[in-house]
Each structure stands twice: as structure tokens, then as C-alpha cells.
Write a protein that binds this ligand. Structure first.
Ligand SMILES: C=CC1=C(C)c2cc3[nH]c(cc4nc(cc5[nH]c(cc1n2)c(C)c5CCC(=O)O)C(CCC(=O)O)=C4C)c(C)c3C=C
Ligand code: FES
Ligand SMILES: [Fe+2]
Length: 416
């Protein structure tokens, strides 16, 4: 009688030769015909890339609503318990003056056009250089103008992000330098709509877990000295310097101009002045410190003290000292806006009496070097697995805002 071994001890049956084995090219053809490619539908909706910025009125008729939202924002202009009453009053009084400025720059702000272009082009590059997180879907979320954060969040939900299906989104601030009055305000607004549209009502944990199918958010919250940003600024500066005669070129004074901050915000401990200085230093380092320079601040509004020196008086003072070759460099915004096209071009340069020697560097707008920088930055962020920078977790020493506390906790605790 044959001895029957327990199955675990039985010798393995010799493997059948792979009757179906095919040469490589044939295998590839077979795979292409039988295995569905990894597409949007088999991978989920992909990655939402959401550009955050303040926005601007696209037409003169939108100026009133833009200013009304801006003056109602307690993260930008804290007016206490009277915010919702005083804010609209101030904005109403200011509307005709600001409408005239938008009229003078062609009837509206170009920020929507540039933001949509930059985001779409960045997403195309990202699909190539970060295929593992593709497809990348472009969104713009403005704080005070269309498309507002609420509208964009609703569109993301309709496009298949969140709503029980999860999905990954990156909130990418378009302010390179962090201020609580700008990026901080946009993130607080995003957090507010996240709570309203996917928060308690959807049964989502408030600490930012995404196991329940809500959107998994991460944040690119600052990038003041990113090498690609620095390169884009440096190339635009070099191009403009070529417009000065060669014998005067290295004596042109570079005037970096950033939107100012009220001193109350600076003294609260806002990170913006230090980060603007970081950008300026990195750009000057890239230019081999070939020209003398100063950093000045523009666009002060209202009677309270603001961070200086003011750009307009800096230009006047240098001209009075005999220094007429001045090159203005808008350093805290990545596209044209009323403060470049009207305040710098019309008021500062136009009013200087020396428009042939006081010039302005082009804004980054559609610069391919800049768009490549955005894509590189986003790729590194997506690969890093971090939800935001370490800096984001720290509130200003003088911060009293519960909104800041809650939204920072939410974004810092996202599990990716
Ligand atoms: C880095 C950029 C900006 C910072 C920082 C910033 C802070 C800041 N702004 C105000 C008040 C106003 N800003 C206004 C317009 C405006 N602000 C920025 C940028 C920054 N602001 C831009 C690009 C624009 C123009 C938008 C455009 O489409 O061109 C306005 C409205 C215009 C006006 O009434 O003069 C106000 C008001 C404060 C109080 C502040 C810091 C706390
Ligand atoms: S004001 Fe800066 S963290 Fe709140
Ligand atoms: Fe501003």
C-alpha cells in the first residue's frame, strides 16, 4: 500500500512550463488590450490644487462688493463688534475712488486671469513631473472676489472630492510671504467653509481626520526664498536693467516694494516683514549683490501708523538726492494688480517727473520660469507627506483670535 504523506510534506508538483509566456512586445500589446490604464476614474479624482489669494474685481461694477468683503474681514481690518456695520460704511465711501483706479487700469483687476492661467499651466507640468499624484485639477479660491472660497469648495465637492469619497487637496497660497492678514485670512476662510460644508453636519471629526471620506487638506503656506521664485524675479530684474545705458547700469538703485502692514500687525508678531526681507536677500544673493538696494513699503490705507519707509517718499527722497536711476520691484505679489498698474506706474513713476529713469520690473504674471517654480514647489510638497510648515503651527505672540487657533490646529493635524 502506497504511503500517503500529509499534504504539507508532499513534493511540489513541477511547475507547468508557461504555455502562455510571450515575448516582451507581445506581452505589452496584450496588457494594453486587457488591463485598463490607471485613469482618473480608476484612481479617484486625483489631486486638487487650490490657489489662494485675495482676488480683485474683474469689472468696475464688482468694486463695491470686493471692498465690502475686504472691510468686513476681521483678520485684515479688525473693527471689533461694529465690524459688520462700520465695514460696509467705509467700503461704500471708498468705492468711487477705487472704481476710478480700476477704470484707469483697463476696467478691472487682471488677477483672476493670471491666477487661472498660472494654476492651469502648473497642473499640466505637475501631471508630467508628479504622475503618482495625477491628475492635478486646478482651482482658484479668492477671499474677496469671484470665485469665492465657498463657490470653489462647492465645485470641488461636485467634482468628486470629499463627500465620503476622500481625495487630496493642496491649499497653495499665492502670497510668497506669510502674513496673518493675507494667507492667514484665506486659510481661516477655507477652514470656515470646510466646517460648514464637510464639518459636523457630515459627521467629520473636527481635528482633521479624513478616514470618513472628507477632503484631506495640506497647505503650502509660504515660500519666500524658493529658488525658482528667486530666479524668476532675478531674470525680470536683469531684463529691465538692460534698458539702462551700460555705463549707468550697476549704479541703478533697486527699490524692492512690498505692500505695507499696520504697525499694530507688525507688533503683534506677524511673520511677513521677516519673510519679505528673506526674499529680497535671496534675490540680491542671486544677483551677486551687483547693485545697491533698499526695501520700502506701499499702499498704506487710513490714519494709523504703517511700516515704512513709504515707496512714494523713498522715490522722491532719492531723486532729491540726485539719484534718478531707480528700479521698482514689486516683491510681495505674483501678478499685476492695482498697486503695480495704478499706484506704481501712474502715481509713483508718473508723478516722479522722471519716467525715463524711474522704471518698474514686470510682474511675474505668465513667466514660464515662475510657473515651473510653482510646479517644482508643489511636487516637493506632495512628495513630502507633510500637512504644512512647522511655522504654521505657531501663533503670533500677540494673537487673540480663536479663528487662528482653530484653523491652525485643523491644518496642522491633517493626516495625509
Ligand atoms: C502681500 C500683499 C498684501 C498685504 C500684506 C496686504 C495687507 C493689508 N491690506 C490692507 C488693506 C487693503 N488692501 C487693499 C488692496 C490690496 N491689498 C493687496 C495686497 C496686500 N494687502 C492687493 C494686491 C490689493 C489690491 C487688489 C487688486 O486687485 O489690485 C485694499 C483695497 C484698496 C483700497 O481701498 O485702497 C485695502 C483697504 C490692510 C489693512 C492690510 C494689512 C493688515
Ligand atoms: S494673528 Fe497671527 S496667528 Fe493669529
Ligand atoms: Fe492690502
Amino acid at each position: 500500500m502506497a504511503l500517503r504523506l500529509p499534504s504539507a510534506l508532499r513534493p511540489l508538483r513541477p511547475l507547468r512550463p508557461l504555455a502562455t509566456a510571450k515575448p516582451l512586445a507581445q506581452q505589452a500589446r496584450w496588457l494594453a488590450a486587457h488591463v485598463p490604464p490607471v485613469t482618473q476614474s480608476s484612481r479617484g479624482p486625483g489631486t486638487a490644487m487650490v490657489f489662494l489669494n485675495m482676488g480683485g474685481p474683474s469689472t468696475v461694477d464688482e468694486v463695491g462688493d470686493f471692498l465690502s468683503r475686504l472691510f468686513s474681514d476681521a483678520d485684515l481690518i479688525p473693527l471689533g463688534r461694529l465690524q459688520n456695520y462700520v465695514g460696509p460704511l467705509i467700503s461704500k465711501r471708498r468705492t468711487p475712488k477705487i472704481q476710478a483706479q480700476y477704470q484707469a487700469i483697463g476696467g478691472g483687476s487682471p488677477i483672476r486671469k493670471w491666477s487661472e492661467h498660472q494654476c492651469e499651466e502648473m497642473c499640466k507640468l505637475l501631471d508630467e513631473i508628479s504622475p503618482e499624484t495625477a491628475p492635478h485639477k486646478p482651482y482658484v479660491a479668492f477671499r474677496y472676489a469671484n470665485p469665492l472660497t465657498e463657490e470653489t469648495y462647492r465645485r470641488m465637492l461636485a467634482d468628486g472630492f470629499g463627500g465620503g469619497r476622500g481625495g487630496r487637496a493642496v491649499a497653495f497660497t499665492q502670497y510668497p510671504q506669510y502674513s496673518c492678514s493675507t494667507t492667514g485670512s484665506s486659510l481661516n476662510e477655507l477652514w470656515k467653509w470646510r466646517q460648514r460644508l464637510e464639518g459636523k453636519a457630515a459627521g467629520a471629526p473636527l481635528d482633521g481626520g479624513a478616514a470618513d471620506g472628507t477632503i484631506r487638506w495640506s497647505v503650502i503656506d509660504r515660500w519666500p526664498a524658493h529658488p525658482g521664485l528667486v530666479e524668476a524675479f532675478a531674470q525680470n530684474i536683469e531684463a529691465k536693467l538692460l534698458e539702462y545705458p551700460e555705463d549707468r547700469r550697476d549704479k541703478v538703485v533697486l527699490l524692492f516694494s512690498a505692500h505695507s502692514l499696520p504697525m499694530s500687525v507688525v507688533n503683534r508678531g506677524d511673520p511677513y516683514p521677516a519673510e519679505v526681507a528673506a526674499t529680497v536677500h535671496a534675490v540680491m544673493h542671486r544677483l551677486n549683490h551687483a547693485n545697491p538696494w533698499r526695501l520700502c513699503y506701499q499702499s498704506q490705507v487710513g490714519p494709523q501708523p504703517w511700516l515704512g519707509p513709504q515707496t512714494s517718499t523713498t522715490v522722491e527722497d532719492y531723486i532729491a538726492k540726485g539719484q534718478k536711476d531707480l528700479l521698482l520691484i514689486p516683491i510681495a505679489f505674483t501678478s499685476d494688480h492695482i498697486e503695480t498698474l495704478f499706484e506704481l506706474d501712474e502715481e509713483v513713476i508718473g508723478g516722479s517727473g522722471h519716467a525715463e529713469t524711474v522704471k518698474r520690473v514686470d510682474s511675474l504674471n505668465g513667466s514660464p520660469v515662475f510657473i515651473r517654480a510653482l510646479a517644482d514647489l508643489a511636487k516637493d510638497h506632495l512628495a513630502s507627506g507633510v500637512s504644512c510648515s512647522v511655522q504654521m503651527g505657531l501663533r503670533c505672540p500677540g494673537c487673540k483670535s480663536e479663528r487662528c487657533a482653530e484653523s491652525k490646529k485643523f491644518f496642522a493635524n491633517q493626516r495625509l
